[in-house]
Design a protein around this ligand. Sequence first.
Ligand SMILES: *Cc1c(COP(=O)(O)O)cnc(C)c1O
Length: 829
Amino acid sequence: MNQITETPTNNHAYSSIFQGTGVEEFKKCIQHHLMSFQGRDPDRAGDQDVYRALSYALRDVLMEKWIKTQKTFYAGKMKRVYYLSLEFLVGRSLGNAIINMGLMDEVTQALEQLGYDLERLRECEEDAALGNGGLGRLASCFMDSIATMKIPAYGYGIRYDFGLFNQKIVDGYQVETPDSWLRLGSPWMYERTSFMYPVQFYGHVTATTDENGRYRARWTDTEIVMAMACDMLVPGFKNDHVINMRLWRAKASRELDLRFFNAGNYITAVENKVKSETISKVLYPSDDISEGQELRLKQQYFFVAATFQDILRRYRKDNDTFDDFPNQVAVQLNDTHPAIAIPELMRLLLDIEGLGWELAWNICVKTFAYTNHTLMPEALETWPVDMLGRVLPRHLEIIYEINRRFLEEVALCYPGNLRKIQEMSLIDEGPVRRVRMANLAIVGSHSVNGVAALHTELLKNYLFRNFHEMYPDRINSKTNGITPRRWLLKCNQELSGLIGDKIGYDWVVDLDRLRDLETYCDDPAFHQRWQAVKLVNKKRLAKIIAATCCIEVDPETLFDIQVKRIHEYKRQLLNVLHVIHFYQRLITRPEEAVTPRTIIFAGKAAPSYVKAKLIIKLINSVAAVVNNDPRVGSRLKVAFIPNYCVSLAERIIPAADLSEQISTAGTEASGTGNMKFALNGALTIGTLDGANIEIREEVGADNIFIFGMTAEEAEYEKKCKSRKPWQIYERNPEVREIIDAIAGGAFSNGDTELFRPLVNDLLSENDPYLLLLDLESYLQCQRLVGEVYADRATWIRRSILNVARMGKFSSDRTIKEYAEEIWGLKIDR
Ligand SMILES: *Cc1c(COP(=O)(O)O)cnc(C)c1O
């Protein structure tokens, strides 16, 4: 049976609905939902019907607990935390709800008796993919930790009709199709038709003077879109604490309806109604690239404006003045995407509440905190002043006034220093004047955090150097984490069971307890079971690869895996160069002993990112050649698994022997995929980038494969170009052979044009990602990986030690740091 259910902590502390009779009540509840709400005959219901009925049955319990949880917030007059994020990469909810609610036994038995299989029902659920990658998944891991640590908090975002696109591979190319995840409705979405707020756009600002002779702005003649609340509930781990993500959905306003319909043009009226609802239609599919479209700006303001009406509604229940606001409200901005919240709160305090500027500004700075997620210049958001002024005229005024006062402060600090003024201004005075959202977020927050130690140092020393000089206490580091509930307990039940057998299950809520595994790192019997678990996971993934890629892979080979968004800085292309090298060695020196490998890729490219899409084509082209070469056999197979998403990650990661984390040092802010792999027993091959550095510190340098330049060396090479790619190409015959194969059309049926853009980048001394400069070091390191894997006891020992030493990377630890050091909360555990 299922080991997860043997967890000792606080078992069966669930709702009254199921107390006592448990399984029987559960069956009744499922049947009730089937008949009353879905109109299905329980005897003839299919998997999809029962998946829904089961989910609704669980949601009933969650809702009861959520209401109780909310009451405790009000009763305790607790400070609330608001986590604002344009992305939540949730994945599936059913399995997570069952595990966190401690209902695995009851559900499994109830379904068995009704004649259904839980595994099959779980496959009926569409992923909620309301995010692109790491940033959105971090938000979801944080929700789980916040609930598990009983923190009074809410997530706020947008309920997109279409989440991240689905990816198909056609003839080796990525093809995008829409993700209509709500086609059949989601049982996890709780639509609150009674919670609607108006959000204004466009119009203009008129100035008046109030009875005290003070400037008052009125924002009038605006277009109004309504925001309707849709809640997704998030249960803590076996603690009865349930929080919610409130996701806003755009609805046409009645006023708009009346205005247009009364004008008599029925069709235009309907068109306008539809247009105003496009705001929450689709998630922007770019990761680490800023999108400058007006619709994106409107999405940002839409969710911020609705959120602040909700925040103020709650605050006013207990307060008559705003004096206590920063003691009652903390707002975390996940990247600059919600940074328009800063002028929005100023607008509310100045124009609606009538506060003076200094008081309002003090409240703002104490309330907001900003998390930076990237050093990549193309990801930094700026909005053309013209556009912002048209869509949000009052906000632009406020931004100008924030800037005016701020630049006065700068001028006082650095008299006569025009360069400082230019660099730090909230406005980029280029040919097109633009608002710099990062500068706005820094100036308007009391805390600015990076997401790993190296990332934070680079923020202090480069990107935000001026601000760090002026506000030395503002920038701080909060190394990312992942929730051990989803990323070990749920996704790797076999390994969780084995660990539980040895050291119990306290690690589920206290990941440092995994240290106790170190005792067994040289125990041969334990080694055998450890290896057996990995093999089970690899066999399961092999089946998925056979089904989705039509490639037969051998589960006994080393599974070498890189799954993440496709991006030049993440260097999937470097991985491909090793694949080609490995292939060429097999062909030219067949007598040499090698460790057979299965090299696996998955990941989506932004639809407009041409270079990233060409890299996908190259991976598939190399795979086609390698997999069909009879000289290779099962010593090397290459697979690109389509449509990477959370539920697929949960299948792929537990099957990995080797985790590829090979970004150019200084480009990956933290990474969280790296943590998921190591927690599931994969060894990492990686650069000294992001959280890889801290993973090395924790697991020990002997238990990780590190290669390549440091961030400092990479920075130096980008500037001084002391080593040139073409010199490496000419000097090293192995490198030459790899590049020549691509350039000569070996993977494109002789076509020498197809991959030329990639070859040109590789050989260019302006390649910002420095692939050839790290290639020799990478190839050498990969050779070492193969040798160590051949010594199975050493490999398994290192695998056990990796898992045992991953405690730091629980998002519970991260959230505790945010709570205590940024949000001003006290946490007991
Ligand atoms: C964790 C995760 C990511 C982030 O992976 P990185 O390797 O840190 O870029 C992206 N997508 C999904 C689906 C994830 O689960």
